[in-house]
Ligand binder design. Sequence first.
Ligand SMILES: O=P(O)(O)OC[C@@H](O)[C@@H](O)c1c[nH]c2ccccc12
Length: 289
Amino acid sequence: MSDGDAAGKPPTILEKIYVQRQKDVEAAKATPGTRPEELDAYLKMGLAPPLIPLVPRLKRNPSTATARPSLSLMAEIKRASPSKGDIAPFANPAQQALLYAQAGASVISVLTEPTWFKGSLLDMRLARQAVDALPDRPAILRKEFVFAEYQIAEARLWGADTVLLIVAMLAQEQLQRLYAYAVALGMEPLVEVNNAREMARALEVGAKVVGVNNRNLHDFSVDMGTTSALVDMVREKDVLLCALSGIKGPEDVRVYKEQGVNAVLVGESLMRATDTAVFIKKLLEWPDV
Ligand SMILES: O=P(O)(O)OC[C@@H](O)[C@@H](O)c1c[nH]c2ccccc12
């Protein structure tokens, strides 16, 4: 991805994060203990924890048994964001993960980007540990700006069951390579798109779980219709479709459910909820579990 100044334009937030994350990854790769060959060796020795396959996990949720079409929840641990600033900077990821799991989330998404989102791999590990022993625990998603195999290996070793791949920041060949690498490690990635062109690219690599981000990562504008506009592109396909960002209440979820969307990913409104369990139950209109 260009840093934006080639055309004389200021870099977008996505470009800024990408540049910083490249430096962070270089530093981690040069640190004894986390060099790429060390991570590779750990993976080959089978030291990564057991994982949950994403697709079957997404298909099980507390509403599947009812007559309503099923819709799963991906609940996010998000301390801060570049568009909103601090959301819950002192949140306890273990506690939050447990609340999400007990309320029926299929996936727990953990932001691991430190500079703008105040996240870390430790947050992700703590979330995983908190839910690890639960029967039918949620899958853990590393929510990150991924551009290198290294970050996927890191995710797997720190306890992620899957990773996010953002089409907008990857060349097609790179997307293909990272997708294949994640799958080889047992992780079906969540592939994020923002428009029809990106959706076509996600389908071309064979993505089975596609998230449509209602928030444009270049300018932060949110349009809840972004997901709805792309539903038809996957309708007859073996693809699970998730709506990401800006979801605040049951009205949003109801619309997506009627359109055949399979999952919603919710961050900010869950982090701000005073009673997380009650909020989730109302949001998804789930029966008592
Ligand atoms: O807090 P919200 O509006 O519910 O949004 C969550 C999630 O969609 C958002 O955090 C997100 C979607 N794609 C991303 C890529 C990187 C970082 C963050 C994201």
